[in-house]
Design a protein around this ligand. Structure first.
Ligand SMILES: Cc1cc2nc3c(=O)[nH]c(=O)nc-3n(C[C@H](O)[C@H](O)[C@H](O)COP(=O)(O)OP(=O)(O)OC[C@H]3O[C@@H](n4cnc5c(N)ncnc54)[C@H](O)[C@@H]3O)c2cc1C
Ligand SMILES: NC(=O)c1ccc[n+]([C@@H]2O[C@H](COP(=O)([O-])OP(=O)(O)OC[C@H]3O[C@@H](n4cnc5c(N)ncnc54)[C@H](O)[C@@H]3O)[C@@H](O)[C@H]2O)c1
Length: 462
């Protein structure tokens, strides 16, 4: 066996947090290597966030053009060329990969393309993609392994060769009837996009409502928005079996409270949650314990059960967002620098990119009530925000929770520009400001954020 090459730090997986950590440590003069088996820069730029938002934007353009007449603009019949949709996305991904390669070059972090596994504590073996093997020994090890789409153990499902988000974002043809298994983030974003491209779309979820982490009024509004565009939504629908072949003909038998039903489609997309990439790579043998769902066991400083081994992002059970993985990097970096930062209590915003988008920061109303919190809840329909009258985007609402000390405990918005408006509220929350600051701020007219004046104007005084 060849002697291991020595490194100060090795990162397995070039996801968001891992690559920033590698670049940061390498720039500080350390000898750092990043092992990546496929996606240079991780999932976000290659197969997840940015490719999906790219194609969702194309779908939005199709929708706008199809509805141009409502705005007095005369356009001809609309058709979508999926080959061009995918080509635009691929060009973006290529440019992002090039950007990442430049960062590796500039920082001096070494990118090693291959499949890595731990063969002993602190020793990693990489099966190189272009053949051969390398062994690296490291002082510090960072695991940024990510997750992959879960294929639920539904009889016949795997045999249909279902699409996951990866293949769905590479489709250069339009499915005639796309069945989407799972009404969460991935399922709903892609369901609306494919509906806008021109597919018939049916979403099947076993839960009694969409987006179970959100309040019921939020789930109901999202469902109304999607159904208004012709997306069929089947809830409390347990999938009994699936037959056929995706990209051809699939038959999905579902059991609902109203009895069994068969849905026939041409393609099936599985969007039923994620499974960590933590099995079979020697983690437990090297003292890195896993939790029951297979995420890496970490404390609130993202330290694993093994000495000098940290975990980052989805494989560490962090919230499944790119910005969470990025913040994991900051926590580890600052603690290595003598700081004392933890993941406890961090504010984690998110935005689901259906149109109009759903954004949330802080608590939901249901969470607050379950915690017995004494909160004032205020709501404002988006049609009360005058900007929406100018754009005809009146669907949705804003909702805020205000605590007894007049601080904002949570904010949810379904509406145009929701992610941007949420950032304003987030800044107020981070600053510990009273809700009255947003109620009384002079906000530019007519903007979506201007609605915050009226929303917080509804808070009853104590
Ligand atoms: C369709 C979709 C859309 C999304 N959209 C958004 C969004 O809009 N906004 C948002 O915030 N989040 C979004 N997410 C979630 C987001 O993409 C992830 O939370 C984010 O990319 C963080 O990932 P990570 O850092 O944990 O790991 P990843 O970025 O997944 O990186 C892990 C890397 O490790 C590599 N790897 C794993 N095992 C090995 C091994 N043994 N050897 C070598 N390499 C290995 C993998 O190839 C991968 O590149 C979306 C997810 C999906 C599925
Ligand atoms: N815009 C964003 O930030 C964005 C976009 C996409 C994904 N993501 C992240 O990725 C994560 C994973 O997304 P996801 O959509 O795969 O998971 P999810 O957890 O959001 O939704 C999965 C859905 O599938 C349903 N489901 C599971 N098994 C089923 C079965 N056998 N039959 C019918 N329904 C079933 C669940 O009830 C749930 O509603 C999200 O939680 C999110 O954190 C974020």
């Amino acid at each position: 066996m060849t002697e291991a090459e020595r490194y100060d730090a090795v990162v397995i997986g070039s996801g968001e947090g891992g690559k920033y950590l590698a670049w940061d440590m390498a720039q500080a003069g350390q000898k750092v290597a990043v092992m990546e088996r496929r996606w240079i820069g991780g999932s976000c730029p290659n197969i997840n966030c940015l490719p999906s938002k790219n194609e969702i934007w194309s779908a939005g353009v199709a929708h706008t053009v199809a509805h141009a007449g409502e705005y007095g603009v005369v356009a001809g019949p609309v058709s979508v060329d999926m080959k061009t949709v995918v080509a635009r996305k691929r060009a973006m991904v290529e440019s992002l990969v090039a950007f990442h390669l430049e960062r590796y070059e500039a920082t001096g972090a070494e990118l090693v393309m291959g499949n890595a596994r731990l063969v002993a504590p602190g020793t990693i073996q990489v099966a190189l993609n272009d053949g051969g093997m390398r062994r690296l020994a490291t002082e510090k090890l960072f695991l940024n392994l990510g997750t992959h789409a879960t294929i639920p153990p539904v009889p016949g499902l795997a045999e249909t060769r279902p699409l996951t988000h990866i293949e769905a974002l590479e489709l250069d043809r339009l499915p005639a009837h796309l069945i989407v298994l799972g009404g969460g983030y991935v399922g709903l974003e892609l369901a609306q996009a494919y509906r806008r491209f021109g597919s018939r779309v049916t979403v099947v979820d076993r839960g009694p409502r969409l987006l179970k982490r959100e309040d019921e009024d939020v789930s109901d509004e999202v469902r109304l928005i999607l159904e208004a565009e012709g997306v069929e939504v089947l809830l409390s629908a347990e999938v009994a079996n699936v037959e056929g072949r995706s990209a051809g003909s699939v038959r999905v038998t579902v059991r609902t409270p109203d009895g069994s039903r068969m849905i026939e489609g041409t393609d099936i997309l599985v969007a039923a949650g994620r499974t960590p990439n933590t099995r079979g790579i020697g983690l437990e043998e090297a003292g890195v314990a896993l939790t029951d769902p297979g995420t890496i066991k970490v404390n609130d400083r993202l330290e694993t059960t093994a000495k000098d081994v940290w975990a980052i992002g989805e494989c560490a059970g962090s919230p499944q967002f790119t910005h969470a993985s990025l913040d994991d990097f900051r926590i580890i970096r600052d603690n290595l620098d003598g700081g004392d930062r933890t993941t406890t209590g961090r504010l984690m915003p998110y935005c689901m990119f259906i149109d109009p988008p759903l954004a949330r920061i802080g608590m939901s109303e249901a969470q607050a009530r379950a915690n017995g919190m004494d909160l004032r809840v205020v709501k404002l329909p988006m049609k009360a925000v005058l900007r929406t009258r100018t754009t005809s985007q009146t669907a949705g609402f804003m909702k805020a929770l205000v605590d007894p000390q007049d601080r904002i405990a949570g904010f949810t918005m379904i509406g145009s520009e929701a992610g941007e408006v949420m950032a304003v509220v987030q800044a107020a929350m981070l600053g510990g400001l009273s809700y009255s600051v947003l109620r009384d701020a002079v906000l530019a007219h007519p903007t979506m954020a201007e609605g915050l004046n009226a929303l917080f104007g509804n808070v009853a005084k104590r």
